[in-house]
Structures are given as C-alpha cells and as structure tokens.
Ligand binder design. Structure first.
Ligand code: THU
Length: 130
C-alpha cells in the first residue's frame, strides 16, 4: 500500500461524508499494522458539537473491531471536491490517534507525509500521569 493509494482511499471515503452544515467533506483511511485498512468520514449533527471527524470515525471503527495498532493514516478534505489542498487532522483527532500510535505514525496529506510527532510534538499520554 503506497501513500498515494492510501490517500486515494481517503478521497473515496470522503464521498460518504455526512456534512449538510459545513459542506466540507473529509475522508480518512487508517492502515493498521496487520495490513487492514479502516476508512471513515465526517458525520455532522444538527447539534453541531456532536459532529464526529473522519479520522476519529476510522479509529473508532478499527478499535471496535479489535484492531489497535496503526502504521499510517491518510486524510483528505474539501469543500468543493478538490482534494489537492492539505487538510491536517484537528487537535482532537491527533489526541485520539495518539492513544493508539507512536511518534512514527505516518500522516499522509495531499502535499506529502508527516510523522505524528511533527504535528503533535508534545502530547498528553498515560505517561503524563505517572
Ligand atoms: N473535520 C474532520 O472530519 N476532520 C478534521 O480533522 C477536521 C474537521 C470535519 C468536521 C466538520 O464536519 C467539518 O470537517 C468542518 O469542520
């Protein structure tokens, strides 16, 4: 699975976006260490704050299927079906990803790839509480 293929899966997942309020479609494709791929889209709600981002949808799908170790996630977002502008994961999604991933998780965006630690250099983890 190349980064480009994973990104294309994220674009495809964005087709399922339920975003009648923002009209901003987001798709994510999460590659697990065992090679399985979980996709997700953003799911909005009339009670706006209950919206779930695409990345968290993908993580929750995976974890609820018993998969908790990940290698990479691709994210694609657009308000006009042009997914060429990078759409970085929001802070809440980075925090949720960080629960299940090390610094080296690869985050694939339209303009290249980043490590989780590049996007979130200092993070709150279980170790923060010890
Ligand atoms: N959104 C995501 O799905 N992922 C992010 O990381 C940032 C934002 C969604 C939430 C909302 O449905 C829309 O994009 C506009 O904020």
């Amino acid at each position: 699975m190349t980064n480009g293929e994973l990104f294309d899966m994220a674009v495809k997942a964005a087709e399922r976006s339920y975003s009648p309020y923002s009209h901003f479609k987001v798709g994510a494709a999460l590659l697990a260490e065992d090679g399985k791929i979980f996709t997700g889209c953003n799911i909005e709600n009339a009670s706006y704050s209950l919206t779930n981002c695409a990345e968290r949808t993908a993580v929750f799908k995976a974890v609820s299927e018993g998969v908790t170790k990940f290698k990479a996630i691709a994210v694609a977002g657009s308000g006009d079906n042009d997914f060429s502008k990078p759409c970085a994961p929001c802070g809440a999604c980075l925090q949720v990803l960080s629960e299940f991933c090390g610094d080296d998780l690869v985050v694939v965006l339209s303009n290249g790839w980043y490590r989780l630690a590049d996007l979130m250099p200092m993070r709150f983890t279980d170790k923060s509480m010890k």
